[in-house]
Design a protein around this ligand. Structure first.
Ligand SMILES: NC(=O)c1ccc[n+]([C@@H]2O[C@H](COP(=O)([O-])OP(=O)(O)OC[C@H]3O[C@@H](n4cnc5c(N)ncnc54)[C@H](O)[C@@H]3O)[C@@H](O)[C@H]2O)c1
Length: 247
């Protein structure tokens, strides 16, 4: 489905980003793999992806810094020749009730999740505009749609990503560029591993499909949005949440 395409995925060494990288590589895309710091997981993933017969280029950088975002995109294009798909997946949480939340915890989450997504779209847009094609996929969250106690910083960042997605979809639509957001529900990754079994069980009972999601559930939608099958879809926010937030 993605043969001949080049995809850049941020925060790609584990969790949802890793699942998207594997899914894209299985479907023939060459992969630029953004990471913040070199580690064993990165090296293992690079060889796992190479085994699928595609080109793989690790690109270091912190998406919350615009200079880094420019460098990540430049290295990807210089190394792999072009850029067809960008998945803005890098994200962090620093949870706490508003009365206890530190200003720096609010700023850090906004800087990585929201500004990081802005930085990457800014760095990518002119390249895709010149190509007159491209797919931008932003990873938001269901909490950006419905809110969550204890996650005001994270929910605000993810709601902001939805506003960014819709605005940039309007700006770039005329150039053949699709911009969409995925809103995952409760997906089992390192990010959610910190929650107790009790919380996980009570979450599960509220999900119509009666199970937590896995990274591949999100990667399947990313594959569709990254492929030509989504050519007439832009500015949308699609939940992958087992029905949790249906209305
Ligand atoms: N797991 C869930 O239930 C869930 C639900 C909704 C949305 N999401 C979103 O999905 C995305 C992936 O989440 P995950 O569960 O795989 O989390 P994760 O913590 O396993 O992965 C996040 C990745 O982002 C990287 N990262 C963080 N800050 C970065 C920065 N400034 N620059 C570059 N990379 C950076 C991390 O190193 C890590 O590899 C995040 O945006 C998250 O908010 C996750």
């Amino acid at each position: 489905m993605l043969k001949g395409k080049v995809a850049l995925i941020t925060g790609a060494t584990r969790g949802i980003g890793k699942a998207i990288a594997l899914k894209f590589a299985e479907n023939g895309a060459d992969i630029a793999l953004n990471y913040r710091s070199d580690n064993e997981a990165l090296r293992t993933l690079v060889s796992e992806l190479e085994d699928k017969g595609v080109k793989v280029l690790p690109v270091q950088g912190d998406v919350s810094v615009l200079e880094d975002a420019n460098k990540i995109v430049k290295e990807a294009v210089d190394g792999l020749g072009k850029l067809d798909i960008v998945v803005n997946n890098a994200g962090i949480t620093k949870d706490g009730l508003i009365v206890r939340m530190k200003e720096e915890d609010f700023d850090a989450v906004i800087d990585t999740n929201l500004k990081g997504t802005f930085n990457m779209m800014k760095a990518t847009s002119s390249i895709m505009m010149k190509q007159r094609s491209g797919k931008i996929i932003n990873i938001s969250s269901v909490v950006g749609l419905v809110g969550n106690a204890g996650q005001s910083n994270y929910s605000a960042s993810k709601a902001g990503i939805i506003g960014l997605t819709k605005s940039i979809a309007r700006e770039l639509g005329g150039r053949g560029i699709n911009v969409n957001a995925i809103a995952p529900g409760f997906i089992q990754t390192d990010m959610t591993d910190v929650l107790s079994d009790k919380i996980k069980e009570s979450m599960e009972s509220t999900i119509p499909l009666k199970r937590l999601g896995n990274p591949e559930d999100v990667a399947n939608l990313a594959l569709f949005l990254g492929s030509n099958l989504s050519d007439y879809i832009t500015g949308q926010v699609i939940a992958v949440d087992g029905g949790m937030t249906m209305n």
